[in-house]
Design a binder for this molecule. Structure first.
Ligand code: ADP
Ligand code: ADP
Length: 224
């Protein structure tokens, strides 16, 4: 079934046209990558999908419902992990944080957080604080927090662009594995074509600004 539908999406910042008539859908269970040069409008597109920015024109629907604010069953992982975690909360509390508004017992929240931390290979660090962890580990915590809410759609904006190459490879493999195990629907934007082909079941290629889709590729590489 269709999870995300982007219909005739346009966005301008004043006179500056950033996205022009974007149309695409993402099916449930897909890991779709959007790749395009820096400044072409990827973050703008993602923010429109996340309900953080109102597009100038067109519409976004999440499992058939038009997105008008920040949808509850959507999670976003940003590039800048250093600003996305609350420094005064433990790792465990950071991961539990979005669950506070759910109708869940404290014990259930705690269990959900522990599962998500285990899924990203962070058992045993729950009581530490973000600043006690390396950048790569902080980004793992951000991913765990996104997974803990079991979002219908996980949006990722250059999630591995600020970690070192070794950590990036580890996190890419982790994302692939968790996405397959959990059947999650992921839309990831990156400027790195290699990353998009390595990770995506599908790669949407954007032109330079104003962004339009110039290719929509199914990636079906043999397993090694
Ligand atoms: P990308 O994520 O592909 O690097 P962005 O969506 O961040 O692209 O930006 C696309 C263009 O829009 C860039 O030229 C950027 O400078 C501009 N832009 C982004 N955010 C704003 C904003 N809040 N106000 C004005 N211009 C912006
Ligand atoms: P990215 O390429 O990862 O989107 P940027 O450095 O382009 O990162 O943007 C960082 C932040 O600055 C974003 O919130 C973006 O909206 C904002 N921004 C980018 N370009 C402009 C601009 N020309 N005017 C105002 N805000 C901007």
């Amino acid at each position: 079934s269709t999870m995300l539908e982007v219909n005739g999406l346009n966005h301008s910042y004043g006179e500056h046209v950033v996205a022009k008539d974007l149309n695409f859908t993402v099916e449930s269970g897909q890991l779709a990558c959007i790749v395009g040069p820096s400044g072409c409008g990827k973050s703008t597109l993602l923010r429109c999908i996340a309900g953080l920015l109102k597009p100038t024109g067109g519409q976004v629907s999440l499992h058939g419902d038009r997105v008008t604010g920040v949808p509850e069953d959507l999670a976003v992982v940003f590039q800048d992990y250093s600003r996305s975690l609350f420094p005064w909360l433990s790792v465990r509390s950071n991961v539990e944080f979005p669950l506070r508004w759910r109708d869940m017992s404290k014990a259930d929240r705690r269990e959900r957080a522990a599962e998500a931390l285990a899924a990203v290979g962070l058992d045993g660090v729950g009581s530490k604080f973000p600043w006690q962890l390396s950048g790569g580990m902080q980004q793992r915590v951000s991913i765990a927090r996104a997974l803990a809410s079991r979002p219908a759609l996980l949006l990722m904006d250059e999630p591995f662009a600020s970690v070192d190459a070794q950590t990036r490879f580890e996190l890419e493999d982790l994302l692939r594995r968790v996405q397959r195990e959990q059947g999650s629907t992921v839309l990831l934007v990156t400027h790195d074509i290699d990353e998009s082909v390595y990770l995506g079941d599908r790669v949407l290629v954007l032109s330079k600004s104003p962004a339009s889709i110039v290719a929509d590729l199914a990636v079906d590489l043999p397993a090694d």
